[in-house]
Design a protein around this ligand. Sequence first.
Ligand SMILES: [Mg+2]
Length: 390
Amino acid sequence: MKITEIRARVVEWRGKTVPPHPHFCTNPVDLLDLGGDAMAGFRFHGWLIVEIFTDNGHVGVGNAALAPRVAKQIIDVYLTPLLIGKDPFDTEFLWQLMYRKTMAFGRKGSGMVAISAVDIAIWDLLGKMTKQPVFRLLGGRTKNRIPVYASRLYSQPLDQLAEEAKSYKQQGYSAMKMRFGWGPLDGAAGMQKNIELVRVLREVIGYDIDLMADAYMGWNLDYARRMIPLLEPYGLRWLEEAVIPDDIGGLAELKAMGRIPIASGEHEFTLYGFRELLDAKAVDYIQFDTNRVGGISQARKIAALAEAHSIPVVPHAGQMHNYHLVMASLNSPMAEFFPPVDVEVGNELFWYIFEGEPKPTNGYLDLSENVAGLGLTIDESALKDFAVIE
Ligand SMILES: [Mg+2]
């Protein structure tokens, strides 16, 4: 069988969006003090959808969300010509072909996002052609169900934050993650405001529920070093992206403090990027996202490397391409879950584009044995709310 056609589309949300609270999440631009809505550059209201067609009538679906217009161009101009006429079962050869042919510009960032989306579609194809869910091609079931943590709790007025946490507790989640609102330029007063968020959350959920906290690359090493002792009494399960992804030494220093486990990796790429993180002893948790690191072909290798270092993998974002890997990896104790909400930062957009994404019950979700491939289909009728770029 052969690949006959690859279709990459970008869909951009045209409907209503929820405006963010001030200080709703720290981010790397904060240090530039641009004023206004600094998070604007980190909201993404577009998504890349990739379909790969074969001569025996199958269609594999992959997707990615970072800089989708650029990723689409990379697929159309560079990747598609490499893959037409090839056998999709040659996953490793095809990955290496895409990687090596784009080596000069593609190793990290948008180039790898494009490869990821294509690779995910290839694995979906394999599942459909063998009539197996993808997790069964990756090693099968390592757990009865996948524990997921509720991932939202953006910085907001404390009473609203408490309400949101209460609702996750009532829904039965045994873990949840919050976002900090203040960073280095907000000084000591901002530090206290960050601590207030954590304090209120612990008041609501107690200590029988895991709490994680995300700085989304908005801090620096000095600030993180000073925040950690203040946060320590609240028993966070991890502190996420406390420094920018290139500051691997900074992550290692924070981990060496030994006071709060350090998590990172959602903006790292390929086996080589994660080897650096692991060699540097920079993280306690690895958080790759399959649709950024190089797709399932790379994610499974990173998962194996992490396992050999006894560093658990809890992938960034929910979504099927990550859930199938978590199901097949004993070293992945849980997965992230973005609750479906009105369109806000963009994380939630996949709920509006695809059908088949599982929802948790009591903090767990399951994957069906009887759905071939990844189990996602494009909801074409829902795309009327998007501008579609062919
Ligand atoms: Mg994060």
